[in-house]
Ligand binder design. Structure first.
Ligand code: NAI
Ligand code: 15L
Length: 269
């Protein structure tokens, strides 16, 4: 496939969208921005809901690829998740199919497999084909998105890389994040690899930096050409001194999904 130039970025007003608006253009992309909220400093951004099919048709017209970040990014009532994450992702894939867009990068989440027991730090033991164990309706919607991507690949030939993102922030802020942190610069590297790797079909990858305490297997991401450069370890001593080590008897520490696995989920992380 030829390298995509014009990329639709949904969720452009969000935390990750704001970071990627800065970090993706140096790779040569022209971004078209989409969000239900206005995008600060971007008067040309499309302000519309994923439920607005006509706006989506306009948004995808002429783009080479889509990075789909829009949606509810934490647990929420099922009806809200259904509308934004499940129906919204379906509407986006339908618009892409109608417009002939061939490549999508889908922001999945570690919470699609959040109830997987936490492996030893640094083991990299959790493979991408570990059984789905969503920890929330939110995590369930990410499993739906991955399966929708698989269906549209098999039926319509639209290729997707589904990235089960760990925690993408400027720096890790919890001991759990030491194992799943994705630095913003590595996130841009992974998106670039996902947009340009040939013949991805539907590929599922974990999205994290090369953390010393990594819990999951990054090999499917590396196979796309992703070469992470960051590691959370320099933050470890300070975070452990402040918060203590993860406690296996604490239900909010026992699984990949952290505090998403408690009822009700306890924020943050
Ligand atoms: P965020 O909540 O900051 O941004 C999401 C954006 O999507 C918001 O600007 C919101 O207005 C927009 N949005 C929500 N519903 C919409 C709708 N119906 N129509 C149009 N726009 C809508 O989330 P963040 O942190 O930027 O995450 C981006 C994506 O990455 C999300 O899909 C999230 O689930 C996923 N993700 C993020 C992680 C992280 O560490 N930041 C970790 C794992 C997954
Ligand atoms: C996610 O999926 C959330 O969108 C993000 O806000 C973080 O909480 C992250 O997972 C995490 O697990 O830390």
């Amino acid at each position: 496939m030829t390298a995509p130039r014009t990329v639709l970025l949904t969720g452009a007003a969000g935390g990750l969208g704001t970071l990627m608006r800065e970090l993706l253009p140096p790779y040569g992309y022209t971004l078209r921005l989409f969000d239900q909220r206005p995008v600060e400093g971007a008067p040309d951004a499309i302000t519309a809901d994923l439920a607005d099919k006509e706006a989506l048709r306009e948004a995808v017209r002429g783009v080479d690829a889509i990075v789909h970040l829009a949606g509810i990014s934490l647990e929420a009532p099922f009806e809200h998740i259904l509308r934004a994450n499940i129906e919204g992702t379906y509407h986006l894939y339908e618009a892409a199919r109608e417009a002939g867009v061939r490549r999508i990068v889908f922001a999945s989440s570690n919470h699609a497999v959040g109830f997987t027991p936490r492996p030893p730090d640094g083991s990299g033991a959790i493979p991408v084909d570990t059984p789905r164990r969503p920890d929330t309706y939110y995590g369930l919607s990410k499993g739906f998105g991955e399966d929708l991507a698989s269906l549209y690949q098999d039926l319509h030939g639209i290729e997707t890389v589904s990235i089960r993102i760990g925690s993408c922030y400027a720096r890790p802020t919890s001991v759990r994040m030491l194992s799943i942190w994705l630095s913003p610069a590595d996130c841009a590297r992974l998106l670039h690899a996902s947009l340009t790797a040939p013949d991805v079909g539907h590929t599922v990858v974990y999205g994290s930096s090369a953390n010393t305490r990594l819990w999951w297997d990054l090999s499917s991401a590396r196979a796309l050409g992703y070469a992470p450069e960051d590691d959370s370890e320099p933050y470890a001593a300070e975070l452990i001194a402040a918060q203590g080590e993860l406690d296996p008897h604490n239900p909010g520490h026992a699984h990949l999904g952290g505090a998403f696995c408690t009822d009700p989920p306890r924020w943050p992380h």
